[in-house]
Ligand binder design. Sequence first.
Ligand SMILES: [Zn+2]
Length: 438
Amino acid sequence: MRGTKVATRALRFNASRKFATVTRPQGPSGLKINAERLWETLHETCKWGEAHRYGDDPKETGMARLTLNDDDARIRRWFANEVQNLGCSLSVDQMGNMFARRSGRLRSPAPMTAMGSHLDTQPRGGRYDGILGVVGAIEVLRTMKENNFETYYDVGVVNWTNEEGARFPKSMCSSGVWAGIIPIQDAWDLRDIHDQSVTLRSELERHGYLGDIACSSDPKSGYPLGAHFELHIEQGPILQETGRSIGIVQGAQGYRWLTLTVKGKDAHTGTTPLSARQDPLLAASRMIAASNDIAKRHNALASTGIIKVPSNASTNTVASEVTFTIDIRHPQDSTVHAVQKECLEAFSTIASQDGKGVSFEWTLDTDSPAVQFDRNCIASIQAAAESLVGPEKSMLMTSGAGHDSVNTSRHCPSAMIFVPCRDGVSHHPTEYCTPEDW
Ligand SMILES: [Zn+2]
């Protein structure tokens, strides 16, 4: 299948990254990417958005390239220029997703086989999450071009807008619109978390990335894909701990994000007995602790990343209201649902426990069911991995995080390739992939 060829190419590049003299087996294409060029290009483009220096080497910074900020606009212009120089056509859809397409020998109108990921980062993110997938894919195209290598069908690269959901709070946002999971108006209306006057759509317009093509996999109005392969750092410690260099990703665990609002009543902390209080911060604390206990019982994950109290809170006043988030994850949807149900039951009990009790409301912000990637795509990656690094250096795994491939897998055969990252650290400035490991 077409996907096999591109998966092989993508693997070629991460398996052949060792700069020095190590000879790796050749993939079926016989092509080998230029590892040093990839390394240099990746770090060169990180000048747009670099932040949070942690060492003396110029590359020892993190990134803060938030979706559609000025640096994201700069890397987008670089991407556009780069792929056009490589002979690709470029299409931009109504969410600013960028599709670069390289014609195959058959000049077939069939949807292209894509390598895709994202160029946006977390506010305290690293230099590899998403970036490696897009810049690595460009290196694959460069290698094809300089070797006059032709595929039968079209291949290409996708830069998905707002994968991180950090500035405009919805993760895997534009692949979600493309997959028909998120209505485009909801995505356009997302507001900058620090500036409510700015929307995702207004930023698309400001930078000229509100394209004409529908953000959809529909062949008539949108931009369908034949297959989607995504190279990504693992963002966990398993590959490093087991001494493997390639993870063949079979699917992704399911997750749900909830926002809880706990309401009580402001009261003087010196004059109000504990029994007379409605203390939302105390209740929220117990709820967060309870969610952790429940997740442990199910061997699942539950995490609170945001907790907000009113900005005019004070030391000697019981807060009036608290908002916090919960992120529940497990490879099986039924367990995610069970953890959510038990959490909400526990929260009801907790709400009535202290003083005069509190009330709470909740919303489901994101529901991302567990995903199984395409069997043939997985098999093609596995075959390539085994021929390149051997079975002892590769392994099957499940992604702990959501990725754009989770969304694309609803409409085209998809799978992912993981590479190790140091100590499993990601979403942090010190995120690092050592090329010597590959
Ligand atoms: Zn990512």
